[in-house]
Design a protein around this ligand. Structure first.
Ligand code: ADP
Length: 161
């Protein structure tokens, strides 16, 4: 049984992420979404909130789990016994960053294979950062995230104003 992780910040999870999740869930026996609890980023949602939003979004996928982690991604991979790490690649800036991270991760845990899935054309320009900016300015983001995430975003953005 091949286990894979899909690590990221997921602040919050978007339809772009979920497209990668659904496709990766077909390739691996089990997919563990790893929500990174970063010590230096200032996320809009706490790690517990990001885990909750992601869990609700993948409730229909029986072989997908959601967990938070801190520290090295490779240590998280070892903890859940993953042999592969999934990442989504958008056309714009992702490749160089992924390549650098992959080289470092390979040094740290050579057995872990990186599997990059190309972002769906529909979601090429969707990032959590842009999504939050649009929501902040009152834009309609309902096509880009599941309904419960849109609701949480609207509420959080309103609370900040
Ligand atoms: P990170 O902080 O690691 O970039 P993100 O939550 O932004 O975390 O993204 C997690 C993973 O999902 C990354 O591999 C990223 O490239 C990918 N990703 C982000 N947005 C999209 C999208 N719209 N379509 C496909 N993959 C995406």
């Amino acid at each position: 049984m091949t286990i894979a992780i899909y690590p990221g910040t997921f602040d919050p999870i978007t339809n772009g992420h979920l497209d990668i999740v659904a496709r990766a869930a077909k390739l691996f026996a089990k997919l563990v979404i790893g929500i990174y609890d970063s010590p230096d980023k200032q996320p809009l949602f706490t790690v517990a909130e990001r885990v909750e939003l992601a869990r609700e979004a993948v409730a229909n996928l029986p072989n997908v789990e959601v967990e938070s982690f801190s520290g090295l991604t490779v240590d998280f991979a070892k903890k859940v016994k993953a042999k592969a790490m999934v990442r989504g690649l958008r056309m714009s800036a992702d490749f160089e960053r992924e390549f650098d991270m992959a080289m470092m991760n390979k040094r740290l845990f050579p057995e872990l294979e990186l599997v990059c899935l190309m972002a769906n054309v529909e979601y090429q320009f969707l990032s959590s950062t842009l999504l939050k900016e649009a929501a902040n300015l009152g834009g309609d983001i309902s096509d880009l995230v599941p309904e419960h995430v849109a609701k949480a975003l609207r509420k959080r953005v309103k609370g900040k104003m």
